[in-house]
Design a protein. Sequence first.
Length: 278
Amino acid sequence: MREFRTLLLAALCLLASATPPALARDTERAVPPTIAIIIDDMGHNLEEGRRLVAMDQPLTLAFLPYRPFTKQLASLAHQQHKEIMLHAPMANTRNIGLGPGGLTPDMDEQTLAVTLRRALQSIPYVSGVNNHMGSLLTQQLTAMDWVMKELYKYPVFFVDSRTIASSVAADVARAYRIPTLSRDVFLDHEQTEAFVDRQFKLLIRRARENGTAIGIGHPHKVTVDYLEKHLPELDAQGIAIATVSGVWAIRNDNREMFAEGEKQAIRPAYAHTDSGVN
């Protein structure tokens, strides 16, 4: 049934792009409310990471660079048809440490660009980027301009995690014509089943209201337990789940993100590096 819904969704999107406006509007109404779930902070927790990779649903997994299990889990995730992102560490207003690959306000443009490029190269099969923390850096127009100037070179989309309401990251990404989305709901910033349940239901409500919605969770045991139990129930509720790029396609008439040959390939470089220019 899940495979049928996925095929139906793809067929409807293709039909909508090839039919007259009136029929296209009917087709759009036939596409079920669709959620995407990004799991941030991948690469630290091997056990919960493996459980997430093993799920049947098309989750999007955002990996921190240079963490102990990033390369292993990202490769497994690719084999299981998951979408893979770089979870790019960015400076925050609480001065919480970023770990390797972090982007900070004291960097000049070259250092920031090289640090970001190497982080991208460290993630196998990467197709998108979102910010890890970043409540400080995503408010800074110059820093975000440097970030998007680098990301524009590659075939990657950007998701603003919106860790602060005054983030300019999404606006700058759109100015660079990078395929851009923003987080709608955080699922688990309180790690209780009751809280995750409330946020998950909010995510579904947003999808019913707007057609699509994007949630962000983390590889906490309570979150993974909840998703294992409740994601298989979505079909019966008339809710589809897609990757982030799938949601982007729904919102953009199923057109391709990038023309063939438009962007340069990301050259893999999996060796550990902490940051910056050597």
